[in-house]
Design a protein around this ligand. Structure first.
Ligand SMILES: NCc1[nH]cc(CCC(=O)O)c1CC(=O)O
Length: 298
């Protein structure tokens, strides 16, 4: 097979993820190289993600480059991959999950934390709901890649920030902070997981197949199936997390004062869909409220 061309965003995190995949392919004797593609999500940092097309902005341009044949495959943080996928592309491998936790990074004593930076509506609502032990805390918008966010913290623009531990681990960063408990800070669907997408050809599928981790693929597939039924989207404060079949799904109001959750053991994608349908009923008002407030169409 000719050298596999793998597209990647140019952020350090994207490059670390892609280099890891290149290394794994190399170990299996598959020749592969990477090519950097800049996406709208990387270029526009002064607006919330929900204003520039949602999390999907990071993925769409790489999808198009694959479909145009400029590259064969792309490596993504799986949580950035939107529910709607174009025809002709497949998920060729889901890597073993890295730490799924949100990480609370801070530079000062806990009782001196007044501002916490995050642009995620989920993390904001969870902080407001579960950090009532810190009533002085204001949640302030903060976008950008992991380095941008850490340097704004270090510059004193925030007293603390929240980011995915997986990003820190993949970059080899050791920062002062704590893991936020999974049952309160229920992660985004697929957080902590890297996926490879490619054009649907037998050669490419065969090259990537050994990289797939079946347990992670089922857990993340369950999260995605619940997410697709619930609807929501990145404007909704929602967490969906499944570990070895144990599922927690939660939707909060934007201000964290109200919430609904469902927990259970799930053995199949079909079962996940059924739970998603049930939970959609329960969470419908909260989702509608978030949608109306942020002024978005479905
Ligand atoms: N929202 C951007 C994004 N997409 C994936 C990760 C982290 C890595 C992962 O979850 O796989 C991040 C950064 C963050 O949430 O702090």
């Amino acid at each position: 097979m000719p050298t596999v061309r793998i597209g990647t965003r140019g952020s350090k995190l994207a490059l670390a993820q892609t280099n890891n995949v290149l290394g794994l392919l190399n170990k299996n004797g598959v020749a592969a190289e990477s090519e950097i593609i800049t996406t709208v999500g990387d270029a526009v940092l002064d607006r919330g993600l929900h204003q520039i097309g949602g999390q999907g902005v990071f993925v769409r341009e790489l999808d198009n480059a694959i479909l145009r044949g400029e590259i064969d495959a792309a490596v993504h943080s799986m949580k950035d991959i939107p529910a709607e996928r174009p025809d002709g592309l497949v998920t060729a491998a889901i890597l073993p999950r890295d730490p799924p936790w949100d990480f609370f990074v801070f530079n000062r004593p806990v009782d001196e934390i007044y501002s916490v930076g995050t642009s995620s509506t989920r993390r904001r609502a969870q902080l407001l709901r579960y950090y009532q032990c810190m009533p002085q805390v204001r949640v302030e918008p903060l976008r950008g890649n992991v380095d941008t966010r850490l340097s704004k913290l270090n510059d004193g623009l925030y007293d603390a920030i929240v980011l995915a531990e997986a990003g820190l681990v993949r970059l080899g960063y050791h920062v002062n902070g704590v893991r936020l408990p999974l049952d309160m800070f229920v992660p985004s669907p697929n957080q902590g997981t890297v996926a490879v997408v490619c054009r649907d050809t037998p050669e490419l599928l065969e090259a990537f197949a050994p990289l797939n981790d079946f347990r992670t693929a089922l857990d993340t597939g369950i999260e995605r199936a619940v997410m697709e039924q619930v609807g929501g989207g990145c404007f909704t404060p929602q967490g969906i997390f499944c570990q070895n079949g144990h599922l927690i799904a939660e939707v909060l109001s934007l201000d964290g004062t109200r919430g609904e959750r469902i927990t259970g053991t799930v053995g199949s994608i079909e079962e996940a869909r059924e739970i998603g349908v049930q939970f959609k009923e329960i969470a419908a008002d909260l989702i509608e409220e978030a949608r109306a407030f942020l002024g978005l169409k479905v």
